[in-house]
Ligand binder design. Structure first.
Ligand code: CA
Length: 369
């Protein structure tokens, strides 16, 4: 074969590269073809509010990092840090805002100290479920509001996971009336925590990794975390007797990815699209994973570990709902931006509720007839 014929072959460039890589001195120069520029790999750090590799939450952050690397053909490499590895869990927001890391994974309601309105982008007690939350964020104006809020911190938000309806939490005493919540020191973040306060309890916000010890030592009397899949992993059944449902306070919790705006804007358009779409994939993927795994974890908790599974009494839920409406309306009235977000939530809720009455809700009812 003539050398020039060989070079016309489809494998020419690859072969040339291979020769060069092997240290071959005769790597051919192809006329008219500029030598490919050495590709620069963009290295990003991702800080998270979760223990490293924690099932569902930490692993979804890992998946997001891997997906960005895969989809970009290796042009972006993301190193994931668990809570406390680079910064403590609750410094995730500041770390990404300041550029210590380019990416973060956590939940917006942890940042209510930055803005009360942040809580609406995670979950609202007795509010949207996962499906409704995604509808509001992507097609009901939620995402635009969230971006507007985070822009002042030099951040771009993305929905990047949803737990579905959570569990009510772990208690060492029965909850038979609202009075049983009085004086209760419970880990419950976000708006749900404000509702507990209104019911006479003391809400505490602690990162997940500290909950087992806090419950075991009696620093807290009760805790909510997520649902069976995550709660089993932390072993709460070893230090609490009752497992209450439903998670009235977190009916469809959205996890977030936060992206440093400067780092994002420095990316070419295709990589920007890859980062945002990888978040969208993970947002759906986590919900699917939780839907699939919660039930088997619940069976393990009840059958293997003899956990006492209890529903909150209806009258407790009715009162918590009334308190939730008060709390949410008051938080929404605290500043003009929170009012705008709450107005958007209410508008979408009206639409989606009317639709879900004749679809999701009617179907669940029909399935159980
Ligand atoms: Ca929770």
């Amino acid at each position: 074969m003539q050398r020039r014929d060989f070079l016309k072959g489809a494998g020419a460039l690859a072969a040339a590269g291979a020769l060069a890589a092997c240290g071959g001195k005769e790597a051919p120069q192809v006329a008219g073809t500029a030598a490919a520029k050495p590709r620069e790999t963009i290295k990003w750090k991702m800080v998270t509010t979760w223990p490293k590799n924690f099932p569902g939450l930490g692993t979804s952050a890992n998946k997001l990092a891997e997906l960005i690397t895969e989809m970009s053909g290796g042009r972006i490499e993301v190193t994931v840090y668990g809570a406390g590895e680079l910064v403590p869990a609750f410094q995730t927001f500041d770390a990404v805002s300041e550029g210590t890391a380019e990416l973060g994974h956590g939940a917006a309601y942890y940042w209510k100290g930055k803005s009360e309105a942040a809580q609406f982008f995670t979950t609202v007690p007795f509010g949207f479920n996962a499906q409704e939350m995604n509808g509001w964020l992507y097609y009901g104006g939620g995402m635009e509001l969230w971006a507007e809020l985070y822009d002042q911190f030099g951040l771009i938000p993305a929905a990047a996971g949803n737990s579905g309806v959570q569990m009510g939490g772990w208690f060492n005493k029965e909850i038979n009336s609202l009075k049983d919540l009085e004086g209760l020191k419970m880990r419950i973040p976000g708006l749900g925590g404000e509702v507990l306060k209104r019911a006479g309890g003391t809400p505490v916000n602690l990162p997940g990794g500290e909950l087992f010890t806090a419950l075991q030592s009696g620093t807290i009397d009760a805790t909510e975390w997520v649902g069976p899949y995550n709660d089993l992993a932390f072993g709460f059944y070893k230090v609490a007797k009752y497992y209450y449902y439903p998670g009235w306070h977190e009916p469809g919790t959205t996890l977030e990815a936060i992206i440093n705006k400067k780092a994002f804007e420095a990316l070419p358009e295709d990589l920007q699209s890859i980062v945002m779409n990888a978040c969208k994939v993970i947002n759906q993927d986590m919900l699917a994973e939780y839907t699939a795994r919660n039930n088997s974890a619940l069976s393990t908790l009840v059958e293997k570990h003899n956990v006492d599974l209890r529903p909150f009494p209806d009258d407790v839920l009715v009162k918590l709902k009334a308190l939730s409406e008060e709390v949410v309306a008051e938080v929404a009235a605290k500043d003009a931006f929170s009012t705008r977000v709450y107005d958007s939530v209410k508008k979408f809720r009206k639409q989606v509720q009317a639709w879900h009455d004749v679809s999701e809700k009617a179907y669940y009812r029909a399935r159980e007839l």
